[in-house]
Design a protein around this ligand. Sequence first.
Ligand code: ZN
Ligand code: ZN
Length: 201
Amino acid sequence: MRMISGNRAIRDHVQNGKDLLLFQQTKKGGRVRFEGLFVCAGWEIEQQPDKNRQQRQAIVFTLVPQSGLSIEAEDLATAAPPDFPLAELRERALQAALASNEASPRIALANVRARSKAVRDYVLARAAGACESCRSPAPFLTSSGQPYLEAHHIHKLSDGGPDHPNSVAALCPNCHRQAHFGAHQIALNDTLLERVQRFEK
Ligand SMILES: [Zn+2]
Ligand SMILES: [Zn+2]
C-alpha cells in the first residue's frame, strides 16, 4: 500500500489546513456516527492480513482527539516561550505541520502537543504583544510576564491541535470571542486570514 490520495490527505491534513473529522460505521451499510475532530499524530506501515488472509502492507494512523489539545491553560502556568529569533520559531512551526512516522501512541501524543506548542509560540512571537485583529496591545501580562493573547485557528472548527502558521492568528480575548460568536465572524476571519497570509508569504 502506498501513501496516495485518501491516505496522503489524512497524513497531510495539518499541512493542508484541513480539519480531520472521524466517522465510524457501526455495520456495513449501517448508520455512521460522528466521533469528533482528530489530529493525525503519526503513521506507520504494518504487515496485516487482508480479507483473503493474504499478508499485505497496511498504513496505520495514530489519531489523537483534538479536544484536550488546547494548551492555553497549561501554557499560562509554565515559563516563558523559548527565546529564539522569529525566523527559527517559524521554521519550527512549519515543521510542526508535518505528521511524523511514529507508531507509539504515547510518543505520538507528546509529538502532537509539542507541534501545537511550536505553532503557538511562533504565532505569539509574530504578534509581538499586539492582537493581530484589532492591533491593540495584549490586555495584561501573564504570571510569566508574557503579553496575554490567544491562538485562534482561522476557519477551523476548533482551536486545539497543531496547524499551519498560515491559518493561526494571535488574538486578544475580545476579538477571539468575536471570531467565534460575533455577528460578523465570517468577515472578521476572512480579513484575518488575508492579513496573516500576506505576512507569511
Ligand atoms: Zn483584538
Ligand atoms: Zn479561536
